[in-house]
Design a protein. Structure first.
Length: 178
């Protein structure tokens, strides 16, 4: 029975990673008003992984998504890879800290907004201390953080919808969540 549950969890995580990569690729086709502004739909699946499975699984989805997407786009170990991985890890860490069982500040919307804010902040910090090395880059903060909060809100609302549907699906089957 334990093996079956572990296989189900592994399959679920594989689906989350695949969907996260697919959303990441899909987002790249949409025009953006500024180069760094994206909706961050792939982070939706990291949030679902954290809430459904735990913080380790959330980090796994983030790391796998960033690595696979960067390999597909030919940007592995590039500056954009560094920014994506650093922002993703920072955002995932904040969402994991807010998850149920940690600080008990459970709210997919709140977790998503905090994660998106942290993601943007971490990217500007990486940009400042690793790539650009000038303080003028801090002028980007409002242009990064405001869209991040708006994107985090949209992603959090989608996560709420997805998690409610997932919960009712499992209740309909007479089982518990993975």
């Amino acid at each position: 029975m334990r093996l079956v549950m572990q296989l189900r969890k592994t399959a679920f995580l594989g689906i989350l990673v695949a969907l996260a990569v697919a959303l990441n690729i899909l987002e790249s086709f949409f025009p953006s008003p500024l180069p760094w502004i994206r909706l961050g739909l792939a982070n939706l699946l990291t949030l679902v992984a954290i809430i459904s499975c735990g913080w380790r699984e959330g980090f796994l989805v983030t790391v796998m998504r960033v690595i696979i997407a960067s390999l597909l786009f030919g940007g592995f170990l590039s500056p954009s890879f560094l920014l994506s991985l650093g922002g993703g890890l920072a955002g995932t860490a904040v969402m994991a800290l807010m998850a149920p069982g940690v600080w008990r500040l459970y709210s997919p919307l709140g977790m998503s907004v905090a994660g998106a804010f942290t993601h943007g902040l971490a990217q500007v910090i990486i940009l400042r201390f690793v790539l650009v090395r000038t303080w003028e880059v801090l002028y980007l903060l409002p242009w990064v953080l405001l869209p991040a909060v708006l994107a985090g809100t949209a992603t959090g609302l989608l996560a709420n919808l997805l998690l409610v549907r997932r919960r009712s699906y499992f209740e309909m089957l007479g089982g518990k969540q993975a």
